[in-house]
Write a protein of this length. Structure first.
Length: 234
């Protein structure tokens, strides 16, 4: 594949969490702030709690991506389950979740290379975000990270109650911006949700393999480990 491969691209979609806005880094900071605010470190060391929480959260998000659970169930269960496993007494896990989310959206860390990539992409045309994140949070994350100025449209799974990788969300996104599958590219860090979903919808794909995930098969047109590597291709 040569550098002209993406020459016909007219529409660019990019994922938000852990693709351009550093959810992983911001989550750890926000979690510690709220955990200590509630005084839970007296019941369980923070690091032990995080060791319980992270796999629970990841598992629930995977189920949410595939439409197996609701976002309300995800938000309630990820903390209730983790508190129970760690022997933590917290009378209101949903309030803890609310405080955590209200804290995380104020944090500013973006993924390395995100501003540079977005600035480059906007020179060639509009850039849109396609995200499974919650509607009341995603625009605030963009603003806190200082990258909202690069985004033309923010399209969310909450808009139609369908999550990536469901093709219906990708089709809906194209309808909103007037694009066509053969001239559209999706950039994302989640192989199942972003890459397989977009591929199934007939889009081109760029897999941001930030975590160096080993795949048995890879349908992405391009795989990179740094966002700035995309600049040479688009």
């Amino acid at each position: 594949m040569d550098k002209t491969y993406f020459g016909k691209i007219r529409t660019v979609f990019i994922d938000l969490d852990d693709t351009i806005w550093d959810f992983s880094a911001n989550s750890k900071v926000a979690m510690r702030i709220v955990y200590e605010k509630y005084g839970l470190q007296d019941q369980c060391p923070y690091d032990d709690f995080i060791a319980c929480y992270m796999p629970n959260n990841e598992s629930l998000w995977t189920r949410y991506h595939h439409g197996e659970i609701t976002k309300e169930y995800l938000k309630r269960e990820r903390f209730r389950r983790s508190f129970e496993q760690c022997g933590i007494v917290c009378n209101d896990p949903l309030q803890f979740d609310y405080d955590y989310l209200e804290t995380i959206v104020t944090l500013k860390q973006v993924v390395d290379g995100a501003p540079e990539l977005l600035a480059h992409l906007t020179k060639r045309g509009p850039v849109h975000v396609l995200s499974n994140g919650f509607a009341n949070l995603q625009s605030r994350k963009l603003k806190s990270g200082g990258i909202d100025k690069y985004i033309t449209k923010l399209i969310l799974s909450d808009d139609i109650d369908v999550t990536k990788p469901d093709r219906r969300l990708f089709d809906y996104a194209l309808e909103q911006v007037g694009g066509t599958p053969e001239t559209t590219v999706m950039i994302g860090d989640n192989y199942d949700a972003d890459i397989l979903g977009a591929n199934n919808a007939g889009w081109h794909t760029i897999f941001f393999n930030r975590k160096n995930v080993v795949l048995e098969t890879n349908v992405a047109d391009l795989t990179v480990t740094r966002l700035t590597d995309i600049i040479a291709w688009l």
